[in-house]
Design a protein around this ligand. Structure first.
Ligand code: ZN
Length: 164
């Protein structure tokens, strides 16, 4: 992870297969950030049916800004953001008083490398799913877009898709 690379396919596939065989997935589930590669997508079709793809399109500078301002509590793992979700006291966790730090993979250089890896892997993935699975897209070009706005628009688009 510190080199900006992702967890190997076999590991995630095994974990996913086990998780999706549990009872609580019967009514549906969301895979967040998976599959990321063409190989993963193809392997996924063997044991699961994907109903819709939600594609979040976020400007590169926004991703860099948000991730590089993220801070995590060394003690309890609580996530903060020096721009959007500040702790009451700088560098100190509100919940447990622990010290806040930046993850080794949240620096600008590593984020840029992660984005390069992501784009290279995702493009063939989008091509693979085009025509196979319906898409819902949400574009974020404003760093101050609150999560609720994104959720609302995505839900609206999902409902439209259902009505078709
Ligand atoms: Zn804490």
């Amino acid at each position: 992870m510190s080199a900006g690379e992702l967890v190997p396919d076999k590991t995630t596939q095994t974990v996913l297969r086990e998780r999706l065989s549990e009872d609580d997935t019967e009514r549906g589930f969301i895979l967040d950030g998976y599959p990321r590669t063409l190989e993963q997508a193809k392997a996924l079709t063997d044991f699961v049916k994907i109903d819709v793809i939600i594609n979040l399109v976020v400007s590169k500078w926004i991703i860099i800004e948000r991730l590089s301002s993220r801070r995590i509590c060394k003690n309890c793992g609580e996530v903060y953001n020096v721009r959007f979700l500040k702790p009451r006291m700088e560098g100190v966790c509100d919940k447990c008083g622990g010290e806040l730090h930046q993850r080794v993979d949240d620096t600008v250089e590593v984020i840029e490398e992660r984005l390069r890896v992501y784009e290279k892997q995702t493009q063939p993935l989008l091509a693979y799913y085009t025509g196979r699975v319906p898409f819902v897209e949400f574009k974020c070009e404003d760093i101050n877009t609150p999560p609720e706005v994104a959720v609302e628009e995505i839900l609206k688009k999902l409902k439209n898709l259902e009505a078709r």
